[in-house]
Design a protein around this ligand. Structure first.
Ligand code: SF4
Length: 329
């Protein structure tokens, strides 16, 4: 029997609490930590298999130098000296802008970035790339416009929402909120709450949904415009919120007036009555929104990621009884 240690999984940004058994410097049994206030014992299969990553035979544990077509183990001193000399000679020959840092993964792609950024600054280069820039540049930009800082992101308060509207997010597989599968199943089983999924695919999350809008791919922005037009024309918008907590609404209002909603929804391949009901539920009940890669990769992500969100300074439409967001995270 080894020693039990409490720790956190670093394989994604949820950082679920783990209890791991360590014996002879090796991880043995792993289970969820029920005392962790965020994950409450939840752990997915990746977290249960942290030992696979920690003790993997292919894991790089010391410097290797390619000699001919083989790799040979060298000391850290030799590795650091040789790499430093090579970097200096590249700067001398081609200048500091010949360097770019490409990294990321796990943890929202930020785990090793401080080291990479400092290395680039030390070398004199400003180029740094990661998977995050590919997936979420629109989200960061919009967060900067709505929260004042690009790194202030919001999350739906799933525990306190009555209607969770999901755009292009398959939380049953991808997580992205604490205990996502557990939370989605709870929501789906609760007769007083609703899970609404917008996704062209019948995803694992869509299978749990009370309403699944199986939208034509790439028409998310059109659906959102139609929903906003419906909410405005039906008088479901929160006028007090618009007056006191937003700016610029009059500048965008006309965009949603005299809009041919039915034709737009035909393009989306959705039924008007069903979309109207989704708009009514979202606008009149305590609701929140979660979007993800399904709409964050296409070109209209900045348009899609915010128009239905609550508490946003530039939000053009606010449901009457909007759910709370646990922002910033
Ligand atoms: S959801 Fe899975 S991968 Fe993410 S932190 Fe929790 S156990 Fe790790």
């Amino acid at each position: 029997m080894g020693t039990i240690h409490k720790t956190g999984c670093v394989l994604c940004a949820q950082n679920c609490g783990l209890e791991i058994e360590v014996e002879a410097n090796r991880i043995g049994k792993v289970k969820g930590d029920k005392t962790n206030v965020k994950s409450e014992g939840y752990v997915c299969r990746k977290g249960l298999h942290v030992a696979y990553h920690q003790h993997n035979a292919d894991r790089l544990k010391y410097p290797l130098k390619k000699v001919g077509d083989k790799f040979e183990r060298i000391s850290w001193d030799q590795a650091i000296d040789e790499i430093a000399n090579k970097l200096k000679s590249i700067i001398d020959q081609y200048g500091p802008r010949s360097f770019a840092y490409m990294g990321g993964g796990g943890q929202g792609c930020h785990f090793e970035v401080p080291f990479g950024v400092r290395l680039m600054r030390g070398l004199g280069s400003q180029y740094q790339y990661s998977a995050l820039a590919q997936e979420f540049s629109g989200a960061f930009w919009v967060c900067g416009r709505t929260h004042g800082k690009q790194y202030l992101h919001d999350q739906p308060d799933v525990n306190n929402t009555d209607v969770l509207l999901v755009f292009g997010w398959n939380g049953m597989q991808s997580h992205q909120i604490p205990q996502a599968p557990r939370q989605l199943q709870r929501l789906s089983k609760d007769k007083d709450k609703m899970l609404i999924v917008v996704d062209p695919r019948v995803s694992e999350t869509a299978k749990l949904a009370d309403i699944h809008l199986q939208i034509r791919p790439g028409t998310d922005a059109l659906l959102l415009k139609a929903m906003i037009s419906i909410i405005l024309s039906e008088g479901w918008a929160n006028e007090d919120y618009l007056a006191n907590r937003t700016s610029g609404f009059d500048q965008v209002k006309s965009y949603f007036e005299n809009f041919d909603i039915r034709s737009a929804l035909k393009t989306c391949e959705l039924e008007f009555d069903q979309v109207r009901e989704v708009a009514r539920l979202y606008a009149t009940r305590k609701s929140s929104l979660r979007y993800d890669l399904g709409i964050s990769m296409p070109s209209r992500f900045a348009v899609c990621s915010r128009p239905m969100s609550c508490r946003k300074k530039f939000s053009p439409i606010i449901p009457r009884d909007c759910g709370r967001f646990s922002s910033p995270v």
